[in-house]
Write a protein that binds this ligand. Structure first.
Ligand SMILES: Cc1cc2nc3c(=O)[nH]c(=O)nc-3n(C[C@H](O)[C@H](O)[C@H](O)COP(=O)(O)OP(=O)(O)OC[C@H]3O[C@@H](n4cnc5c(N)ncnc54)[C@H](O)[C@@H]3O)c2cc1C
Length: 357
């Protein structure tokens, strides 16, 4: 069976890896190159502490488990189980967050100022913080490249898909420069490009404009150990010493549909917060990058079959968190394998048909 995946971000790469491991012949096509969209500008925090509702929490938590399986089978080193220290909320909101996550059974504990200072001696310590042990720092670009390399898929880069070829109600291939590439199954994993590709075959996927900006500092000595979530600022340190930080305050909840400042100005604002949080280290920003985040209209993932027979899609924000589970489930469906009851339940709220009238 010939499977074509349109998009070589984290969603396309995890799918190629899963499908390759169960014997499908896969071609991944990208208009630019691997991780050239949102994946290459992501913060890379895999977590279940941020969620919309209980079903969404379960999906995210199961995906953290899927990351452990992926790490074990692929041997990739781009997944680090650093855990997260979070003091985004204060007062009653802090207690409400802790209580809600405890009630869901999340692996967390509260730590005081002294314990925080031991864990993160270079960060101004808050009075109290939540420690989320099960969360991971992902290096999305490296992971995407490694999974594509291990997938055995054929890769076509710099190659925009201009449409899906449908005959007698079933996909037959994709239109690329120079002709039609035949396919029995097509998966649209094209991030913000998905809406246009799907619209061409009558599938409605409304999406929001959600720009996101990420900054990198110049590398410094190793000073941070966890993913850190302070009021209004998330940050973590990469293995090369760079500190990575979204410039938007509380970026996971950021629902702006446009950028309010020039990128250099938003970088300076975030740097001021970072310098207050890490007072004894001289920090300078090195780069700041803007990306459009793939956010379906209701904010939730869209995963599954849609439109003509043989067509599938997988589009979501928090794609770094959700990629391994989405790939595990969708690769089975693409190859006509049965899902377990638990997979059926997990995926039920996220089907593309919720947007078809
Ligand atoms: C600043 C920022 C911070 C984030 N932080 C986090 C985080 O901490 N945790 C988390 O879980 N998520 C985070 N996200 C979200 C996450 O990065 C995305 O959900 C995820 O990367 C989406 O992956 P994707 O593969 O679907 O899309 P993309 O990475 O955008 O890949 C889609 C690919 O499709 C290609 N494409 C599009 N149209 C076509 C076409 N017609 N033909 C061929 N190719 C095409 C593009 O070139 C692109 O390479 C963040 C995003 C941003 C921008």
């Amino acid at each position: 069976m010939q499977v074509v995946i349109i998009g070589a971000g984290i969603i396309g790469a995890t799918l190629a890896y899963q499908l390759g491991s169960i014997g499908a012949q896969v071609t991944v096509i990208d208009a630019a190159g691997p991780a050239s969209g949102a994946t290459g500008r992501s913060f890379g925090w895999a977590n279940a502490s941020f969620y919309a509702d209980e079903a969404h929490y379960r999906l995210r938590r199961e995906s953290l488990h899927a990351y452990r399986c992926l790490a074990a089978t692929s041997g990739v080193s781009d997944i680090r189980w650093t855990g997260c220290l979070c003091w985004e909320e204060t007062g009653d909101a802090f207690d409400a967050q802790a209580n809600a996550l405890s009630a869901l059974g999340y692996d967390l504990r509260e730590i005081d100022r002294a314990a925080f200072a031991e864990l993160e001696p270079n960060v101004s310590p808050p009075k109290r913080a939540l420690m989320f042990n099960a969360e991971a720092a992902i290096e999305p670009v490296a992971l995407t490249q490694t999974l594509l390399a291990q997938s055995n898929a054929r890769l076509m880069f710099g190659c925009r898909v201009n449409g899906i070829v449908v005959e007698n109600g079933a996909v037959r291939g994709v239109r690329v420069p120079g002709g039609t590439l035949p396919a029995d199954r097509v998966i649209v994993a094209s991030g913000t490009g998905s809406q246009a590709i799907l619209a061409d075959v009558g599938v409605h996927l409304p999406m929001l404009d959600r720009p996101g900006v990420i900054l990198k500092t110049k590398p410094v000595a190793a000073i941070l150990n966890h993913i850190l979530v302070a009021p209004g600022q998330e940050f973590r340190q990469l293995p090369d010493g760079t500190i990575l930080a979204p410039t938007a305050a509380n970026h996971q909840r950021d629902d702006s549909d446009h950028v309010a400042e020039r990128l250099d100005q938003s970088a300076e604002i975030a740097m001021e917060r970072l310098r207050n949080l890490i007072p004894d280290t001289a920090l300078e920003w090195a780069s700041v990058s803007l990306a459009q985040r793939p956010v379906p209209q209701d904010g939730l993932p869209v995963i599954g079959a849609c439109g003509p027979k043989g067509l599938f899609t997988s589009v979501m924000h928090s794609g770094i968190t959700l990629a391994p589970l989405a790939a595990e489930i969708l690769s089975k469906e693409v190859l006509d394998q049965s899902l377990t009851n638990s997979q059926v339940d997990l995926i039920a709220p996220y089907r593309p048909d919720r947007f078809q009238s």
